[in-house]
Design a protein around this ligand. Structure first.
Ligand code: SAM
Length: 429
């Protein structure tokens, strides 16, 4: 397929997402199944167009004066992929699968000065979140939003139980993988431009042998900050598929014990295979049964709460969810978070630490939760993150990261990672 056909396909996929209210990944998959002539390169390019269109939906719709799928895709083709309207129209004239020619009105709209847009549109953020973003980032909130509308890198955590970073870098040299800035075990492949394909590293023999896991550097940083050390007793209370569990097991060099729990069996299911592939032998998976964790009360050195959240920190990867978030969903997640924090507190032994993590940038899910928890549970105090950072990570902590309540916030703009919140809460002796 040439670019005109790929643009038409991207328009079709976006219309399908809108009409059927289906997740974009599903719509892309369905398009691929219905158009088997399209090769891997075509599917990657169409995916890039669709995701780019959703990442900058508000600012591109402002420029075009139109938020239709066609307007968004044309804006990506010209403004992000640097085609000119003239070359597009010439290519469209030659291609039976092309969208209709760009009209004079569309070409004129593409000249719109984006700096004339209201702030939330320049930031490509839902307007109702502006007060939250201002609270989290002060005057930098527009720049933070703009960075959140970019493409993410592909990050991997080297599994020190089975390999080392030099070996993995050598193995992934063909993808131009380089070391991550902060995570001492991280490897990253920078995001490509336009129709570049993200490599499927999960077919690499190194991955299959358990040498590395795909994990955003932000997730690696917060797992490292959790400070799990060999010999510790650790409860990973929201273990899900085990991304953090595996990192904790490696930091503990398989010594001590991790208890991995999740209230959702389906989410927990992949952890068994992943533990095997990673050679993580100090993890006991606890299935969600009544009383499953009763024997752990008051005994844990670390309790990690990687809480269910709105996922606002991952909007570069799942930009469709940016426009679907509602105040009701946020309120639901907040209620879950405070209940889980209170549940988690009972497992922490005196002198132990409760680690609170979200992949959200919203203060309602972050500092507000920390502050409210400390008020409800006065036997906990917030721990200083600076020494944790210094002893666990490869580059200094930027003074921008600390939040008002004593946590830190990572973002694409600050750390070239997904958005994450981390707070360490220590129980008095
Ligand atoms: C952010 S995800 C965890 C991701 C995982 N730690 C990782 O690194 O791959 C949050 C998880 O919390 C789980 N969860 C939600 N409510 C819970 C509860 N009350 N107790 C334990 N887990 C819960 C969800 O099922 C979900 O898997």
């Amino acid at each position: 397929m040439r670019l005109p056909g790929r643009l038409s396909a991207a328009i079709e996929v976006l219309n399908d997402v809108e009409a059927r209210k289906r997740p974009v990944s599903e719509a892309l998959k369905a398009w691929g199944l219905g158009n088997r002539f399209a090769g891997a390169g075509d599917r990657a390019a169409i995916g890039n167009l669709v995701y780019d269109a959703l990442r900058r939906r508000a600012s591109h719709a402002f420029i075009m004066g139109d938020d239709s799928a066609r307007a968004l895709v044309l804006a990506v083709a010209v403004l992000d992929w640097h085609n000119t309207p003239e070359t597009l129209n010439a290519a469209f004239a030659d291609d039976a699968h092309a969208p209709a020619q760009l009209s004079d009105a569309e070409i004129a709209r593409l000249q719109t000065d984006p700096t004339t847009a209201p702030d939330h549109i320049r930031a490509d953020m839902p307007e109702w979140l502006v007060p939250s973003l201002q609270r989290a980032f002060g005057p930098n909130w527009v720049a933070e939003g703009q960075a959140m509308a970019g493409r993410p890198s592909l990050d991997m955590r080297v599994n020190a139980l089975k390999s080392n970073r030099d070996r993995v870098l050598k193995n992934l040299k063909r993808f131009d993988a380089v070391q991550t800035q902060f995570s001492p075990n991280g490897v990253t492949i920078p995001p490509g431009e336009r129709d570049s394909r993200t490599p499927n590293v999960t077919t690499d023999e190194g991955y299959l042998k358990g040498w590395f896991e795909v994990q955003d550097q932000g997730s690696q940083i917060v797992a490292a900050l959790a400070g799990a050390r060999p010999g510790n007793q650790v409860l990973d209370l929201c273990a899900g598929a085990g991304g953090k569990t595996l990192a904790l097991a490696a930091d503990m060099t398989n010594k001590g014990q991790i208890f991995a729990y999740d209230s959702d069996r389906n989410r927990l299911a992949p952890i068994y295979d992943r533990l095997k592939r990673n050679g993580a032998r100090n993890v006991q998976v606890r299935a969600p049964l009544d009383g499953a964790l009763d024997d752990l009360v008051g005994k844990m050195d670390r309790v990690v709460v990687d809480a269910p959240c709105t996922g606002t920190g991952t909007w570069r990867r799942r930009p469709d969810t940016k426009w679907k978030l509602t105040p009701e969903l946020l309120a639901t997640r907040q209620a879950e978070q405070s209940a889980i924090l209170d549940d988690a507190a009972r497992f922490v032994k005196p002198g132990g630490t409760l680690i609170y993590i979200t992949c959200s940038i919203l203060p309602e899910e972050n500092d507000d939760q920390t502050t409210a928890f400390l008020a409800r549970q006065p036997q906990f105090v917030v721990a200083d993150i600076a020494p944790l950072w210094q002893s666990s990570l490869a580059a200094p902590m930027s003074p921008e990261l600390p939040s008002v309540a004593g946590g830190i916030i990572l973002t694409p703009r600050r750390t070239a990672t997904d958005g994450f919140y981390f707070a360490a809460l220590t129980r008095a002796e």
